[in-house]
Design a protein around this ligand. Sequence first.
Ligand code: ACO
Length: 165
Amino acid sequence: LKFLCYSNDGVDEHMIWLVGLKNIFARQLPNMPKEYIVRLVMDRTHKSMMVIRNNIVVGGITYRPYASQRFGEIAFCAITADEQVKGYGTRLMNHLKQHARDADGLTHFLTYADNNAVGYFVKQGFTKEITLDKERWQGYIKDYDGGILMECKIDQKLPYVDLAT
Ligand code: ACO
């Protein structure tokens, strides 16, 4: 099992994984317009942390790091149907937090969580209480009716994943 983060960089293997991830999102997030999913996953300002097993993508998180504001917006998060509830979603989020802190310099994540995914995000340390100064995120992320705005503070010291294993 590998956790790898890429954006649309033109590398064949990465593009195959991003297309696979886009298909997982389209299936697992039926309320999201498919064109919107494709646009964001392929947008070069977005990055995707992916779970890869036997060279096949089984899930991932697409996010946009706002480096100047030091926060990231999670756009989509899903694990393919037959691989859910095996702990991949938790490991994925831990890899994302570590990468976002160490590679992007982020301190927080914001996301509009679907109602039925609030429980998952709470288990990953997200809260409905937003502590990030509004000046840091207002105007950067757009309001979206279909979800609940949630925040996660990224610990600046905690080892979220053991990179040696
Ligand atoms: N509601 C409540 N708790 C949940 C949910 C849920 N929908 N999904 C998982 N959990 C819990 C699990 O029971 C587990 O709890 P435990 O640690 O006490 O055992 C914990 O969260 C983590 O479970 P994992 O096995 O790591 O999670 P999984 O690999 O299934 O991934 C995910 C979770 C991504 C939500 C997956 O179920 C999924 O793809 N769901 C459909 C798509 C979806 O709803 N995505 C989020 C939409 S919001 C957005 O994209 C911004």
